[in-house]
Design a protein around this ligand. Structure first.
Ligand SMILES: [Zn+2]
Length: 411
């Protein structure tokens, strides 16, 4: 914890300094000096003939302007050096506080040592960058590492479009999202998505919230919008449309919408919901997980790391105690399992995986789990191995089974 604070302090010093630099940007300062000098020059050229001498005031003005410009120019490298120093301080703080932190006896063989592992890691990072709207950084990483992102061009393109729409939604612009929905309507309807209705609902709310003109104009515009867009949603979203009509009536009343039961329609949460739904629908459409796999791993790591660190510390102490002959407490020697339970919470629970208790293999499409008539579940390959003709016995309860009675189970 102390280590985190030290790095945070170094980072704060750096970001505060950066803010100062941004406030009076060097570029603007130099432009200002350039402007002043050009002004003086233009004035002099206009007023003086070629053989006329400059008076003292004019010389002083030129002298001051040049002096100011030179000071700014010489200040720049100093500021740059200071910033550089602060950047290196952050690096040093990280090295000092974190580079030696490891999970000691819990660590396995060095991961990412082989070329293939490194390549896989680079791919995961580049895919994360494309997904998070940083395609240039992703391209650069692939280019410099000589590793391709491994993403299908269609998915790359979908990520690109997704980020354009997300950016627009974050700046409260619905147009790109409506266009995207229009292009993918059939598939979205097939998925049972409500995204299109939610986008039009938001467009309607924005219309009556930010409507121009008199109250009557707003109501008329709202009515026109709903006649044009809502009929096709009437079957599926009748109740929601009724609420929108209620909101339209109340938006002109004295109490206003804020004190009405429809106030929730005007909350920013509606935008957040649409953004989440859009993200979910795009990922569904292209068949990728909603969260970036890299982000999921890092978040799971953040939850697991303190527990692992504690276990590692306790084990190191136990080892030391053992070597000094202070009691022979059991020391963990297992390599395929951890000595502590890591409960990462529901957020990190994903699909159930079936592992055959007989063959000790993970279930797959070609080798799915089969439920026997006694209730025990084993893999199809295990059933075939046990078969004697179409009949076999359950390896657990020895109950008589017939191939025709074994049913495939889908998780
Ligand atoms: Zn059985």
């Amino acid at each position: 914890m102390e280590g985190s604070r030290a790095v945070e302090r170094a980072l704060n010093n750096l970001t505060c300094g950066l803010q100062d630099v941004r406030d009076v940007s060097a570029d603007e300062e130099l432009k200002h000096h350039q402007f002043v000098l050009t002004e003086i020059l233009t004035n002099l050229l206009e007023r003086k003939s070629d053989d006329e001498e400059l008076d003292e005031d004019e010389i002083q003005t030129i002298y001051d302007a040049v002096k100011g410009a030179m000071k700014s120019a010489s200040d720049l490298p100093v500021k740059h050096r200071q910033k550089h120093l602060q950047v290196s301080k952050v690096g040093k703080a990280i090295d000092k506080n974190f580079c030696h932190v490891g999970v000691g006896p819990l660590s396995q063989q060095p991961v990412f040592k082989s070329g293939a592992d490194k390549e896989a890691m680079t791919q995961v990072i580049s895919q994360h960058l494309y997904r998070e709207g940083m395609p240039q950084v992703g391209d650069k990483l692939c280019q410099e590492s000589g590793v391709t992102s491994g993403l299908d061009p269609k998915i790359l393109d979908a990520f690109k479009k997704m980020n354009v729409v997300l950016e627009a939604l974050k700046s409260r612009n619905l147009e790109p999202a409506l266009k995207w929905v229009d292009e993918n309507r059939e598939t979205l309807l097939g998925q049972g998505s409500t995204l299109e209705f939610q986008l039009y609902r938001l467009a309607f709310v924005c219309l009556i919230k930010n409507g121009n003109g008199t109250e009557t104009d707003v109501v008329t515009a709202g009515m026109q919008f709903s006649r044009r867009h809502f009929p096709r949603f009437a079957k599926r979203h009748e109740k929601e449309i009724q609420k929108l009509m209620g909101a339209l009536l109340l938006c002109t009343s004295a109490g206003g919408i804020q004190s009405s039961p429809y106030a929730y329609l005007f909350h920013d949460q509606m935008w957040d919901d649409v953004i989440n739904l859009f993200n979910r629908d795009v990922c569904n459409l292209i068949g990728v997980s909603i969260e970036s796999p890299l982000q999921t791993c890092c978040s799971a790591g953040c939850v697991a790391f303190p527990i692992l660190l504690e276990a590692s510390h306790a084990m190191t102490l136990a080892r030391q105690g053992q070597s000094q002959g202070e009691g022979g407490r059991a020391v963990w020697h297992g390599r395929n399992e951890l000595p502590v339970e890591l409960n990462l919470g529901k957020e990190f629970h994903f699909h159930s995986i079936f592992s055959c208790p007989i063959l000790r293999q993970q279930g797959s499409e070609s080798n799915p789990p089969m439920r026997l008539n006694c209730g025990h579940v084993i893999s199809r390959d295990a059933v075939h191995k046990l078969m004697n003709g179409p009949r076999f016995r359950c390896p657990y309860c020895t109950g008589a089974q017939h191939l025709l009675h074994a049913k495939q189970i889908n998780f």
